[in-house]
Ligand binder design. Structure first.
Ligand SMILES: Nc1nc2c(ncn2[C@@H]2O[C@H](COP(=O)(O)OP(=O)(O)OP(=O)(O)O)[C@@H](O)[C@H]2O)c(=O)[nH]1
Ligand SMILES: [Mg+2]
Ligand SMILES: [Zn+2]
Length: 302
């Protein structure tokens, strides 16, 4: 008798996916050969819901991959025209940065937020290592994101600050933690879910350059309900499939001004009578966020 089950992809190791079955077992499985031909782009990603069947004692075959409701997806670095699904079907994305060590790359954060907006993934920001924020700069640096309407959590994993505020937002949903290497994504998961002990970078100066301790995305069930996806640190975030015509809309703080420019097709670069630029001049929109918009628009050929 062949056993048929459904589950969710917890890890992808080359051709093999570890699938968390609905009954709690984790089994290695390979996709049926024809699936490879049917789908373009990333065949299997963490978070994909699958139907699988047992062949023999221990061999499982993935027979069907459910269409993705949404995905956190970027352009694969260093090659042209390939998609990289970081995680399929997340309910929310929390983009994690550190106050310092490593220095926060806000342009990367802006790109990640654009990707989340385009894929209709509710997003927020985690600012870790506030124990290192001697000058109290964190709220100044990340305040733009609060004003844009994103939830921003200021935490210290090592000092246990801000965790109780974060925890309720993770219950019963699938959350992906993404960001550069060394910001403390795995460290945070280890304190939120002490039954797992993910490898984390040792305290050393090396993680300032980013050591890439986590090498593959992994779905972690929370005892209290819900899942977190740990992901490897990102070096580059290229947009994939993002409609740059909507880019202005993907900066939520621009929205009150859209449709109020003199020209209908205003790109908010140097057009006269641009309501967005006027809002930047009045400091109602952050200059730095606006510059990020221009940077993305020009680099994505808008
Ligand atoms: N000072 C300070 N250090 C922290 C904090 N949280 C984590 N760290 C340290 O930051 C380093 C990197 O932590 P990781 O959890 O490995 O970072 P990561 O984001 O998972 O990195 P990758 O797996 O490479 O993407 C470790 O040495 C942690 O001890 C914090 O709140 N304050
Ligand atoms: Mg990690
Ligand atoms: Zn305009």
């Amino acid at each position: 008798m062949s056993e048929v089950c459904t589950g969710i992809v917890a890890r992808v190791r080359g051709p093999v996916a570890d699938v968390l079955l609905d009954d709690g077992r984790v089994v290695p499985a390979i996709p049926r050969g024809t699936l490879k031909r049917e789908k373009r782009g990333t065949l299997l990603a963490v978070g994909d819901r699958v139907r699988l069947v047992r062949k023999g004692e221990t061999d499982w075959l993935i027979e069907e991959i459910a269409p993705r409701e949404r995905a956190l997806v970027r352009r694969w670095p260093d090659t042209l025209g390939r998609q990289d699904v970081i995680v399929a079907n997340p309910d929310q994305a929390l983009f994690m940065f550190a106050v310092r060590d490593p220095h926060p790359r806000l342009q990367m954060l802006d790109r990640l937020l654009v990707i989340a907006e385009d894929n209709e993934i509710p997003a927020g920001v985690i600012v870790n290592k506030i124990d290192l924020d001697e000058k109290g700069m964190a709220r100044e640096i990340f305040g733009d994101y609060e004003r844009a309407g994103y939830p921003v959590y200021y935490i210290s994993v090592t000092q246990g600050i801000g965790l109780d505020e974060l925890r309720p937002h993770l219950k019963d949903v699938i959350t992906v933690f993404a960001g550069p290497s060394g910001v403390g994504k795995s460290s945070l998961i280890n304190v939120l879910e002490p039954t797992v002990q993910l490898p984390v970078a040792e305290i050393s100066r090396k993680w300032r350059q980013g050591r890439h301790t986590t090498v593959m995305a992994q779905l972690i069930p929370l005892r209290g309900g819900g899942y977190i996806v740990d992901t490897p640190g990102l070096r580059e975030v290229g947009l994939w499939g993002v409609d740059v015509d909507n880019l202005d809309y993907y900066f939520p703080e621009f929205r009150p001004y859209l449709g109020k420019c003199r020209f209908n097709d205003c790109r908010h670069l140097d057009e006269p009578g641009c309501a967005v630029i006027e809002a930047v001049e009045r400091e109602e929109i952050s200059l730095r966020r606006y510059e990020s918009y221009v940077n993305i628009l020009l680099s994505e050929g808008g």
